[in-house]
Design a protein around this ligand. Sequence first.
Ligand SMILES: [Zn+2]
Length: 187
Amino acid sequence: MEQVDKGLMKKLVDGKISDNDVMEMRRMVKKDHKRFWTYLEVLQEGVSWDENILMRLNDHLYIVSKGNNERVVKCDCGHEYGDFRVNWKLNADLRVRETQEQMDEAYFPAIAAPEASWMEIREYFCPGCTAQLAVEIVPPGYPMIFEALPDLDRFYREYMSRPLNDESIEWFQNKTAEETAKLKMNI
Ligand SMILES: [Zn+2]
């Protein structure tokens, strides 16, 4: 195999790829450079909205290019979480399991559950489609984990040789603290 075609890419994205194809892909001497573009094409065809996908964050969330100068996090259901430089979890629905009973419900066997005196389980859901988007198990009070702030400009320019047309040094900055400061002021 010299190149991963669109049909195979779709199977890969849908989790329906055969063991043989996996082996073939692993044996490829050189990963084909075009693969990322084919991947984006398949992802784009899988969603019902038109904004261009720049990167996939997880099973449901994407960073998309919107309007003139926006890069936002968007769920496959269409719900938007705002600027990708702000932790999208701030705008998700949150359920916290903090008692031992609540934690035990999520584990089988229950003995494998974390200890409620040390940890809590935070489950993040999409307000648009209720899909579970992330789970974090952390000590109470621990800041929400910002899972990914990709340097999109650098990735597209240096690794994909196709720079984005709205490049700016402003993009690769974590704006979460700014956003949470605003929330505090509103109280
Ligand atoms: Zn959703």
